[in-house]
Design a protein around this ligand. Structure first.
Ligand code: SF4
Ligand code: ZN
Length: 475
């Protein structure tokens, strides 16, 4: 495979390249655009025009510098061994292959895809979707030899994208609908994916029927099909082994997998908890499940939501906290599909006496609620607030009491536990041997230490107050 005719270098080494607003020539898709997508279809040899690239709408060279456009990328492939179940996994490779191009940054998937093309790439002559199409076709055939023919169509015009966008949404819905038909107890094999390790080296997805991959684009059926045709590829089997904790979804096989794939960094995962040993998150999660300590509940925000969530943070700030391959209790990258699983964060809910994990959810942005409402418990649905109901934590607290959300029943116990923790902290010794900083002179008694162990702090302001010595806990 040669890329000599392509004016910019191509290769995995360019994955992870960031293109900031200042450096970009154009932006395609992303949060500013309403309709955009990428889709892969398996079609017959007869229907395909091998290596054909078609552009509906204006080409890259005719786009104004600094502008934003819709983008639809339709990859159609053919080959005697191909099956429809492979479409989603092939589709996910659009992300990887676009990122191989020096001068393209590709983020997300399905209808949240987002590309930036750099000024430098366009100056070097990478100024047509014909070139990107040719690169994609060559990479698809080289990296996935079971693909014998491929054609690519780009849509960059608001009118022309409408029809293929509607078809794409229908295909995604069909895939999701099928994924809802099976559960973990129906299968004896799970699957893993390490496609995102170029961005998040300690991240590996564990894909089970109840836990669709956090990018939302690979469900258990898709992963099974991919692991079957290419067992040495980025998707692979995970024999679950022994179930150590059914409620948490802890399996010896999954723990071994994450230990190996994270190079020893992480050795334990609870598939169904966002609070204890949560699944790692890379960067392309569809949504974030975040803990709201003030109400002992959880919020869900998806990446299309442009405002701040109920905790005062926008998606982007929480995404920094959540992603990068970390295991971050309280911030968990999830797929939308996982929310409707009966096992959704069941550990977090049931250990507090709730019936289901979904009962921990007290707030979600309206976009998410509209999308999945029909699959959530009918009595719970109206009790989950959105940005239209409340906009700050105090109002949320009141709302939860007014609607008698199940989480309210956990408050007495959760608050008691919190007080106990505070009590312990008051009397706690400063850990020795940890890097800390001392601010001398405060209170005239040798100052105090702030110990920051392994943490990332985001604060609008820090207020340092002198604390008068207290006796026992206030009554
Ligand atoms: Fe694979 Fe997970 Fe990345 Fe999706 S998020 S591409 S399943 S590693
Ligand atoms: Zn990812």
């Amino acid at each position: 495979m040669s890329f000599e005719d392509i004016p910019v270098p191509i290769g995995p080494v360019y994955e992870g390249e960031r293109i900031r607003a200042k450096q970009m020539y154009v932006e395609l898709g992303g949060p500013k655009m309403e309709k955009h997508f990428e889709l892969c279809r398996v079609i017959s040899k007869k229907e395909i025009k091998d290596e054909q690239v078609t552009i509906h709408g204006i080409d890259l060279k005719d786009m104004e510098e600094g502008s934003t456009h819709p983008i639809g990328i339709l990859v159609e492939v053919a080959g005697p061994e191909l099956e429809v179940d492979l479409e989603a996994v092939f589709e996910r490779r659009v992300h990887e292959f676009c990122n191989f191009v020096n001068g393209i940054m590709h983020l997300n998937q399905r209808y949240t895809n987002w590309l930036r093309i750099s000024k430098t790439a366009v100056e070097k002559g990478f100024n047509s979707f014909q070139l990107l199409g040719a690169v994609l076709i060559r990479l698809y055939k080289a990296e996935l030899p079971i693909i014998e023919q491929a054609q690519v169509t780009f849509y960059t015009n608001e009118k022309e994208i409408e029809k293929p966008y509607a078809i794409a949404v229908e295909v995604y819905e069909k895939r999701d609908e099928r994924a809802r038909t099976i559960h973990d107890e129906d299968v004896d094999m799970f699957y893993g994916c390490v496609l995102c390790q170029s961005f998040a080296p300690t991240h590996a997805c564990c894909i089970t029927p109840d836990r669709t991959s956090l990018c939302g684009s690979i469900n258990w059926f898709d992963a099974r099909a991919a692991a079957k045709v290419d067992p040495k590829g980025p998707l692979f089997e995970i024999p679950p082994g022994e179930c150590l904790n059914e409620l948490a979804g802890e399996y010896t096989g999954v723990n071994e997998m994450i230990k190996k794939r994270s190079l020893g960094e992480i050795d334990r995962i609870y598939l169904f908890s966002g609070m204890e040993f949560p699944h790692t998150s890379c960067g392309c999660f569809e949504a974030i499940d975040f803990y709201i300590p003030e109400v002992n509940g959880h919020g869900i925000v998806d990446r299309n939501y442009g405002d701040v969530a109920i905790n005062g943070l926008p998606f982007s700030a929480m995404a920094n906290q959540t992603g990068g391959g970390k295991q971050m209790p309280g911030f968990n990258g999830i797929s939308i599909q996982y929310i409707v699983s009966p096992k959704y964060q069941q550990y977090d809910g049931k250990i507090q006496g709730l019936n289901e994990g979904i009962e921990t959810v007290v707030w979600m942005n309206k976009g998410v609620k509209d999308r999945i409402g029909e699959f959530l418990p009918k009595d719970l649905l109206p009790k989950i607030a959105t940005e239209e109901d409340v906009t700050d934590i105090n109002a949320l607290k009141q709302w939860l009491q007014d609607v008698n959300h199940p989480i309210v029943a956990t408050w007495a116990e959760a608050l008691a536990e919190e007080e106990e923790e505070e009590w312990e902290e008051e009397g706690a010794m400063v850990p020795m041997g940890t890097v800390g900083m001392t601010i001398p002179g405060v209170g005239g008694a040798g100052g105090f230490s702030i110990i920051l162990k392994n943490c990332k702090v985001h604060a609008e302001a820090i207020i340092i107050k002198k604390i008068e010595p207290k006796g026992r806990k206030k009554k």
